[in-house]
Design a protein around this ligand. Structure first.
Ligand SMILES: [Zn+2]
Length: 542
């Protein structure tokens, strides 16, 4: 996600938005291939939830969980071996179809999920999150049948149907696995009303983050994560796993999804089935549209970069392809190698730009060649592949972990491509913005607070402006080379895993042999693992 938008870019966006909107008005090609839908622009808020029509359960064959060879296709050759460590991590096998009926885009799906208890605790339940039911996403997900180890089980729902609890018939000991089969439907009413324009069906394009029931995270000693996400910021908190998906869509649709397509075959009745696999990824975004054009590039001889764009968007798409290719190359060199075989970008109706594992979306409103925000937003979301995608975090409780470092990656991108002056000007622009914010009397909050502790305005400035400035100060203190060594160590330690504030501090201290508790306390605030003596001393300072 990117929120930081100085005034000039907002003005530019407004002006460009008008141009883009009028361009889209002319782009009617493909409309005749879609089922007739009511011409609503704004979806109905989910206070009156969409009634999902019942349908026959999808019969899933048993899954041989030891079979992992086919997942290697989603990895670059040198990283194909990373799959081995995920045999006993979160595993998903999903069969689903995307259909359009009565004004609603609906996914009918079934999934077998194998969960292995990697904690030292014995578990009495498994917890899934039904993210589309979050008001901020404005969709609707229903699980209408569940089995635990092939025996029907009655799940319970909580937190406004965003938490699905599967009771276990016998406790799951550390190291043991359980298999859950869920039959589900996910609906997106036409149009986007909810925050960020992340989920829904509009402009002939379906965009579905976490469109299937997603395993939540079990934190040792704390239990399953069941918190209701706030409307601000990103909602998902997930662990990496291997996904295999058989997705059927109308054959006129072009599909863009996390992971790599390994085959496709006609499914009859003008439908096409796509077979996807992923490397270790923490969730899946599905985007599909009959009006997508596609441009492709290969980076570092191995990474396929695809850009999916709407009619009229080809010229900007060429630029997005260049930006994405440069960014993935630069960040691979600086932070650690991008391990997946593919990275996709899709133009959608979202408000700015949003990151997902292996795929990012960029707003149609910024999709204009030469737009500076298009470049910054795209580079930012590519940076998230390292910070959020590969190194995960609880985005609701600790948004600074991925967002502040990712905002710093914008500096890295600009410095590498355009030189020191552009880099320094950007840092100065952020400083001016942060100082203006403080001088206006707004609270100068620390970085490590839950999203809910910030207002709309101070969330953007603290996390996205103060955050990268903190890393800039840290880089100044340590020197560029040692700073990057620390980021690389952090990446090596937490690639595919979940990081907390102390993990960032420890990586920087271990890589540089410096005591950094004081500067972390000053900018990031108090967190588990900080040296209490330093905290005490800093607190008593005048
Ligand atoms: Zn972001």
């Amino acid at each position: 996600m990117i929120q930081r938008q100085p005034l000039w870019s907002l003005l530019t966006l407004l002006m460009l938005g008008m141009i883009v909107l009028s361009a889209c008005g002319d782009a009617a090609s493909g409309a005749d291939r879609l089922p007739a839908l009511p011409p609503t622009v704004t979806a109905v808020p989910p206070s009156t939830p969409t009634e999902l029509p019942p349908h026959d359960p999808i019969q899933l064959a048993p899954v041989n969980w030891d079979e992992i060879e086919h997942f290697r296709a989603a990895m670059r050759p040198a990283f194909a071996g990373d799959i081995d460590a995920f045999v006993n991590r979160n595993r998903y096998y999903i069969e689903a179809s995307l259909t359009f009926e009565d004004g609603v885009a609906i996914i009918y799906g079934a999934q077998r999920v194998r969960y292995t208890n990697r904690s030292a605790d014995t578990l009495n339940e498994l917890v899934f999150r039904l993210y589309p039911n979050i008001p901020a996403l404005g969709g609707r997900m229903v699980v209408y049948q569940a089995e635990l180890n092939d025996i029907p089980v009655a799940p319970s729902l909580s937190e406004r149907e965003t938490v699905l609890i599967i009771p276990l018939d016998k406790p799951l000991a550390p190291g043991d696995s359980a298999e859950v089969e869920l039959q589900f439907s996910t609906a997106a009413e036409r149009g986007m009303f909810a925050s960020y324009g992340a989920f829904g069906f509009q402009d002939q394009t379906f965009s579905g983050p976490e469109w299937y029931p997603v395993l939540s995270v079990y934190e040792e000693g704390r239990g399953w994560w069941t918190e209701r996400p706030t409307p601000n910021g990103d909602a998902a908190y997930t662990e990496s796993g291997l996904y295999e998906v058989l997705l059927t869509v109308p054959e006129s649709f072009v599909v863009a999804m996390s992971g790599s397509e390994i085959e496709r075959f006609p499914a009859g009745d003008e439908q096409m089935t796509y077979h996807y696999v992923t490397g270790p990824m923490r969730d899946l975004l599905l985007v599909a549209s009959p009006i997508f054009g596609k441009l492709t590039n290969v980076v570092d001889d191995e990474i396929t970069v695809n850009v999916f764009f709407w009619p009229g968007g080809e010229s900007a798409a060429e630029e997005v392809l260049r930006i994405t290719s440069d960014a993935v190359h630069i960040f691979s060199e600086k932070f650690g190698t991008y391990p997946y075989a593919e990275l996709d970008v899709a133009e959608t109706f979202n408000y700015t730009a949003i990151e997902y594992p292996g795929i990012i979306v960029v707003s149609d409103r910024s999709w204009v060649r030469g737009n500076t925000f298009l470049e910054i937003a795209t580079a930012h979301e590519v940076g998230h592949q390292w910070f959020y995608g590969l190194i995960g975090n609880n985005q609701v409780q600790q948004p600074w972990i991925d967002e502040s470092m990712t905002s710093f990656t914008e500096y890295v991108y600009l410095r590498e491509l355009y030189g020191e002056k552009r880099f320094k000007d950007t840092v100065q622009g952020d400083r001016d913005w942060y100082n203006y914010y403080k001088s206006s009397g707004a609270p100068d909050l620390v970085l490590d607070l839950p999203v809910a502790s910030y207002s709309d305005n101070n969330y953007g400035v603290i996390i996205y402006t103060k955050g990268p400035l903190f890393y800039f100060e840290l880089e100044k203190l340590l020197g560029q080379e040692r700073f990057l060594k620390a980021v690389q160590l952090y990446f090596q330690r937490f690639r595919y895993e979940v990081a907390r504030s102390n993990d960032v501090l420890t990586a920087f201290e271990d890589a540089t042999d410096e005591d950094l508790d004081a500067i972390f306390y000053q900018w990031v605030g108090e967190f588990d693992g900080l040296d209490p003596a330093v905290v005490e001393e800093m607190k008593t300072r005048p």
